[in-house]
Design a protein around this ligand. Structure first.
Ligand code: HAM
Length: 430
């Protein structure tokens, strides 16, 4: 037998059984984003490698170790996007949409990082990302946090923790970075390999170390918040006041530095205890310098991205009821003319009913078994050229025999579906 080909490690099939949860989460997110005035933007999955190296930073884990980079047939270096922010900025500059303008965008789709796969961490994963341009005040920072809080609430999720920090302006951060490096150099013997490596390239990331020995050492390190510039401090305080006024709880985490270089000022993450080590559900912050860095005019910017695999897993764990897209009516037929049965099924769909027709015939018994397995509420049994019987598969309504012409109205009324499309058309014409 020929060996079957398997999916690439860390890249998952999202099967029909689980997809209802994805659709539920995506629909909730879309609805909420539109309420806040965010519009969808669709961006390419492949970009020039240089875009990510310049924006995320050439000494970050993502760029150093995790990108799927290849040469195309022209010899250009291309990369499967590891995130969406760089593409959004590139698209905004290229299409002249950022300078002196306000934009509120969202996108959703797959991202690619060659990380070690484990639960909640994959090599192809999905994000819903949000990016806002042209607004420099803390009100839009608060807006984004309110939006995420609303989404989590809508999805019935509890126990999420919001962590907040500010990284200040690039110059304040550079001054702090020098102080931190001095401190860490004074304790070189204690530094682990990772931290030593980061000392020269990305010392702020040492603050993020999960190693308990490092955490002990960091307790004595100079604090980022003590080295803030005045305007960043004021921005952060205003944001905190806005969140307090809105009743949003948060924890200040001075060690929250993020793994991408483009952040300035506000950074935040929503965390959960329910997914083991992959705790971050949503992460983002301000990146006021990135548009200029990528060749545009200086434009304030802020955004975040939600990891959909993680969010969906939380929704599954919370046993949130979702519409599974099961048919509402399963149509079986024995002995009735096929053309008439197909038309009867069509008349149900005209009324907005989800009606699945049993193709291929078979005995009534086997068809009923399939009806049951389909998850449908009702089975419609068509056994004569004029009449059909409706049976409630999930409740104890008795079986009813109806003329073909009455079937649609009967089921639509019970299922709360829309009037027949044909009726609407007639009304419009009148
Ligand atoms: P990020 O923190 O790299 O930020 O990713 C955002 C979220 O994507 C994470 O919190 C996590 O939920 C999810 N995620 C990341 N990597 C994986 C993975 N390998 N498997 C599963 N889920 C993952 C960004 O990507 C920024 N672009 C966010 C942003 C937008 N900042 C400003 N605008």
């Amino acid at each position: 037998m020929t060996k079957a080909i398997q999916a690439v490690r860390g890249m998952n099939d999202l099967l029909p059984e689980g997809i209802a949860y994805w659709q539920h989460v995506e629909a909730a997110a879309r609805d909420i984003l539109h309420r806040y005035g965010y519009r969808e933007i669709r961006l390419p999955i492949v970009e020039h490698t240089e875009l990510f190296a310049r924006s995320i930073g050439s000494h970050t884990d993502i760029v150093e170790k995790e990108m799927y980079t290849f040469e195309d047939r022209n010899g250009d270096s291309l990369t499967l996007r590891p995130e969406g922010t760089a593409s959004a900025v590139r698209a905004g500059i290229e299409n002249g949409l950022l300078h002196n303008q306000v934009q509120r965008w969202w996108y959703a789709g797959p991202m690619f990082r060659h990380e070690r796969p484990q639960k909640g961490r994959y090599r192809q994963f999905h994000q819903i990302g949000v990016e806002a341009y042209g607004m420099s005040g803390p009100d839009v920072d608060a807006e984004l946090i309110l939006l995420t809080a609303r989404l989590f609430k809508r999805l019935g999720l509890t126990g999420l923790r919001l962590e907040l920090n500010t990284l200040g302006t690039p110059s304040a951060r550079a001054a702090y970075r020098a102080r931190l490096v001095d401190y860490l150099r004074g304790h070189l013997d204690v530094l682990d390999d990772d931290s030593r490596r980061r000392l020269d390239t990305n010392p702020l990331r040492v603050l993020d170390s999960k190693n308990p020995d490092m955490q002990e050492l960091l307790r004595g390190a100079p604090g980022l918040l003590d080295h803030l510039d005045e305007s960043s401090r004021a921005h952060f305080e205003e944001l905190r006041a806005l969140l307090d006024a809105a009743g949003i709880e948060y924890h200040i985490n001075p060690r929250l530095v993020r793994g991408l270089d483009y952040y300035t000022r506000t950074v935040f993450e929503w965390l959960t205890d329910r997914l083991g080590s992959q705790a971050a559900i949503c992460a983002g912050g301000r990146y006021d310098g990135l548009v200029e860095l990528l060749g545009g005019k200086a434009t304030p910017a802020i955004g975040f991205a939600i990891g959909l695999e993680r969010l969906v897993e939380l929704v599954v764990q919370a046993s949130v009821p979702v519409d599974g897209n099961a048919p509402q009516v399963y149509v079986v037929a024995v002995g009735a003319p096929m053309a008439a049965v197909l038309q009867l099924a069509e008349s149900l769909r005209d009324r907005g009913v989800r009606a699945e027709y049993h193709c291929g015939g078979g005995s009534l018994k086997s068809q009923l078994k399939r009806a049951d397995r389909s998850g449908a509420r009702y089975v419609l049994m068509v056994e004569t050229p004029t009449q059909a019987a409706v049976k409630d598969l999930r409740g104890n309504e008795g079986q009813q025999t109806l003329a073909y012409a009455d079937v649609g109205g009967f089921l639509a009324a019970r299922l709360g579906s829309a009037p027949a499309a044909a009726d609407i058309l007639t009304r419009v014409e009148n």
